[in-house]
Write a protein that binds this ligand. Structure first.
Ligand SMILES: [Zn+2]
Length: 245
């Protein structure tokens, strides 16, 4: 079984999906993360003196976080941080369908189109690009050059958006997708925190994140957004529920 997460920035893989990545690795699922930008527009910049240097540092931090999360395939693409709203939609979705057709996940995770609790526009765009890639990777009439290069269309069984049971008063208003799946991640909270804190350029965020996780972080909430087999949504506690081994 395979699980893939599509994110916008280094640290999203730990902050948004760390629990799911750890929990399913422990169950023998092979996990992958595709991150669209190297995070070079971040407010917190560590010792970096340029965008290029920050991108290089954050790629290394992403790799360290993926090691802690036991991610089999972690990859940072080179789209512009804070620039995904102006990215070439066809190119980004093509890059993602190529990964989906190559890796062939059963379950795909991304953030919601509202942009998660921060309402970050890159999160919204990552959600839209990942959603199109989920749907289009399974069609033989789209990105045919990938098939000419030896890939086959691939239909991922389920698409989930991460979601939350709260909003942040100091951020733009967001309308989160309702929670349909609750994943208990209690045993993995400390490893999730360690993965987030592997992003050392983002150190000012590390302690508040750890405090919030230790208090409220024993669950990750998800919204089932699409399924390859038509079904009626029911409350779930397992993102692989209904997928035959
Ligand atoms: Zn982010």
């Amino acid at each position: 079984m395979k699980l893939m997460a599509i994110t916008a920035h280094p640290d999203d893989e730990a902050g948004a999906f760390g629990g799911a990545l750890l929990c399913y690795h422990a169950r023998g699922v092979e996990t992958s993360v595709i991150c669209l930008t190297p995070g070079q527009a971040a407010t917190h910049r560590g010792p970096a003196r340029s965008d290029a240097e920050l991108a290089r540092l954050r790629r290394a931090e992403f790799a360290a976080s993926c090691r802690i999360l036991h991610v089999s395939h972690g990859e940072v693409l080179d789209y512009a941080d804070a620039g995904l709203v102006r990215a070439d939609m066809h190119a980004v979705v093509g890059d993602l369908t190529e990964r989906i057709r190559r890796i062939r996940p059963h379950v795909l995770l991304t953030m919601g189109p509202e942009g998660a609790v921060t309402g970050h526009l890159d999160h919204s765009m990552a959600s839209l690009f990942a959603t199109l890639a989920f749907h289009w990777a399974g069609r033989s009439d789209l990105f045919p050059e990938q098939m000419a290069a030896g890939l086959e269309p691939h239909r991922t069984r389920k698409l989930y958006y991460s979601t939350a049971a709260f909003t942040l008063p100091d951020r733009p208003p967001v309308s989160p997708p309702p929670c349909s799946a609750t994943l208990a991640i209690g045993p993995w909270v400390e490893e999730k925190i360690a993965a987030f804190q592997a992003h050392t350029t983002q150190a000012p965020l590390g302690e508040p994140f750890a405090r919030a996780m230790r208090r409220f972080g024993d669950k990750e909430l998800y919204h089932l957004a699409a399924v390859s087999e038509p079904s009626v949504a029911e409350a779930e506690s397992d993102l692989f529920e209904g997928i035959p081994e």
